[in-house]
Design a protein around this ligand. Structure first.
Ligand SMILES: [Zn+2]
Length: 364
């Protein structure tokens, strides 16, 4: 079974490599997804005059415009272009479906202490300070406005410290590039004379669900009068956008350089069928196979990993760059329900998935 998974994964990778092969003389097109945080019914942090959602959108659109002007080979996609609410997993979904090469989420920060100001750029990871955790908690709370968030985020509670343990296993393969981009952002903010609060890590759901290098930028503190004024002014927004565009340009230069030294060539006998958008699951000849999903991890876990709690017959599948671990396998729904009940003593958020002809659904 595991070998079959691997085979399918390799096949999928093969198709991906084919799609990644250079197009035209200018090389492969680079896809950038810009995500203006919040929107619609979710205003984000509130200043004395401004709403975070409006600052995020104004800066995001400006950055995208500057980048599109400067880089003919970059396709810019926004998760929203106007004032409406978009679910966090949909924001990541837009990036994943478009096979983005970089995902930038744009936000503004807030604290009850009004004197604190400055910029921070986050990459995905386990928060090492309470302060960073608080930022992630505030940003993740956006899911509470979504329908069905318990199911969608697998029981994640944005306000519970315990929920954030999942980010301990988030050291995925994009960490290095994400940090590299985040560092460029902070460098450019320093050049623009903003106060540098550094590159940090915390558990942001929107970053967790993306499967490419990603960063979340906090442009400044809306709770600080001076920065609120700066971020709502056209001059401030332009300066911040230029800094982000510059950071992107540096990141892209490095990216192009790496692409050049490690050229990917399309196999001469490349599969001709269109690449599957769907994730690859083993086909089941029309039968439905049920499994209990117990855990998701950013990397492949060793068989005896502590988090698997001694369960030895676990299997995994890969979805959006995440390794999803399952336990049990049966065509009998009653049997899988019994297994889930047993397993939920150790994995309280365990849920049932059904696989029919390569298609996964969550059983409610
Ligand atoms: Zn925000």
């Amino acid at each position: 079974m595991l070998r079959f998974y691997k085979k399918m994964r390799n096949f999928f990778l093969y198709i991906c490599l084919f799609l990644l092969a250079p197009v035209g003389a200018g090389g492969k097109e680079f896809t950038l997804v810009i995500d203006p945080g919040h929107g619609g019914k979710d205003p984000g942090a509130l200043g004395s005059i401004a709403k975070e959602k409006n600052i995020n959108l104004a800066v995001a659109l400006k950055v995208g415009e500057l980048i599109a002007e400067r880089h003919g080979d970059v396709r810019v996609i926004y998760t929203r272009r106007n004032d409406h609410f978009v679910d966090l997993d949909e924001r990541a979904g837009i990036a994943n479906r478009n096979k983005a090469d970089l995902f930038i989420s744009i936000h503004a920060n807030a604290l009850s202490r009004k004197d604190i100001k400055g910029t921070e750029t986050y990459t995905l990871g386990l928060a090492r300070t309470d302060e960073n955790l608080q930022v992630a908690m505030r940003e993740n709370a956006a899911i509470l406005l979504e329908n069905d968030y318990m199911q969608k985020y697998e029981g994640f509670n944005p306000h519970s410290t315990e929920s954030y343990i999942i980010f301990e296993f988030m050291q995925n393969r994009h960490v290095e590039q994400s940090i590299s981009f985040a560092s460029q952002v902070q460098k450019e903010f320093i050049a623009a004379r903003r106060i540098n609060r550094g590159v940090r890590q915390a558990g942001f759901l929107v970053l967790r669900k993306t499967s490419m290098p990603s960063a979340l930028v906090e442009l400044g503190y809306i709770s600080n009068a001076e920065e609120e004024h700066y971020m709502t002014s056209a001059a401030g927004q332009t300066q911040l956008s230029k800094a982000l565009c510059e950071a992107f340009t540096r990141f892209k230069r490095e990216y192009d350089h790496k692409q050049g030294t490690a050229k990917i060539t399309a196999p001469t006998t490349a599969p001709t069928q269109p690449a599957a958008r769907k994730e690859v699951y083993p086909t089941t000849d029309g039968r439905t196979v049920y499994k209990v999903q117990i855990l998701a991890s950013g990397r492949k876990l060793p068989a005896k990993a502590r988090v698997l709690k001694g369960y030895s017959h676990t299997r995994y599948y890969v979805e959006n760059g995440m390794y999803k671990y399952t336990y049990g396998e049966t065509t009998d729904i009653m049997e899988i329900k019994a297994i889930r009940k047993k397993v939920s003593r150790d994995f309280k958020d365990a849920f049932i998935i059904a696989i029919t002809d390569g298609e996964k659904t969550i059983v409610r």
